[in-house]
Design a protein around this ligand. Structure first.
Ligand code: CU
Length: 73
């Protein structure tokens, strides 16, 4: 029930992949940044390329207590 790591630094142009290692579905959702993974079942992955430098705060749409940040340099 948490993103690991909760703060991730990457370079612009990097591809980030999330994999759900939990027993319940989760999502990667950042409305302002236009990120939406859809519901990821156990073991499923989703990836995206981040292009713009800055901070992207995101949550799990299904469990909004789950939140994390991507720092794009
Ligand atoms: Cu979740």
């Amino acid at each position: 029930m948490k993103f690991v790591p909760e703060r991730l630094e990457v370079a612009a142009g990097d591809r980030i992949t999330w994999t759900n290692r939990d027993f319940v579905p989760h999502s990667v959702t950042a409305k302002a940044a236009g990120l939406e993974s859809g519901d990821l079942a156990e073991g499923k992955s989703w990836s995206t390329v981040v292009k713009k430098p800055g901070e992207i705060a995101y949550i799990c749409r299904l469990h909004p207590v789950m939140h994390a940040t991507i720092v794009v340099k």
